[in-house]
Structures are given as structure tokens and as C-alpha cells.
Design a protein. Sequence first.
Length: 147
Amino acid sequence: METAIHTRRAEIAATRARDAKPKIVILARPAFDHRGRRLHATFDALLGDRLLARGSRQPFLDGARELAELGYPPETAIVMRRPGHPMDCLRSTIAAASVLTVKERMHGGLLFERWEADSRSLGGAPIKKTGKPDHPGRVAPTQGGAA
């Protein structure tokens, strides 16, 4: 019995020490379109007044990637909260969260996977520009009328 009490006290002390460390708080605020309508299951990730990610389905992870891009130290502790709530929803470090993404499994449920940058996540076009027509049978319009 005495060992269980000491173990529990040690756990409480460790939690208090972890919570006392400086951390960055990412706020996950519901996202809205340009007409003010709520976007389903998407959130804006905010660091104070600074927008880290807009309309994200994984604001904590996208916010961590943006913090890494901005040059924050990878070992920095981060937490996610909802506006007006003092409780932390998620907790990690920038290094750990910035390399993850969330995938939906085929039969329901969510799974953390390693994040890989693609052209869409970097803001590029999803179409490769080759200079060739996109349909081999399409005839390009002629300049200056019929020939």
C-alpha cells in the first residue's frame, strides 16, 4: 500500500513538473468560409493572433509544421486548446507532431502516419506542367482565324 502511494505521488510530481515547463499553446478555432458559414470538421490553428493553418482537419499537426518552418526549436513543447477552454486537448513537441498526419482507416477509426510533403500541402498546383497538351487528340486553336 505504501509503495502505491509513493508511486502516485511521483506521478503527480512528474505531471506538475511537465506542466510547469514553458509551452506553446495552439488554439484550434472553428473555420468559416468567406460568407461566414462554418466549414464542417475544419479548424484554424492560431498562435496568439497569428494564423498558422487555415481550414485544417488536423490543426495541431499543421500548426506544428508551420512552427517548425518559422524556426521554433524542435524540442519545444506544444499543446492544443479550444477557445475558452483551459484544458489541453493534445500535447507533444514540435519535432514529434510536425512529422505526423492523420489518416482514416477503411473500416472506420483514425490512425497517425508519417507525414510526407506533396505539392498540395506545399501550396503548389496538383497538375504537373509539362508544356504538352493534356489530351493527345485535342487540336489547339489557331491564331488569327482559319487557315
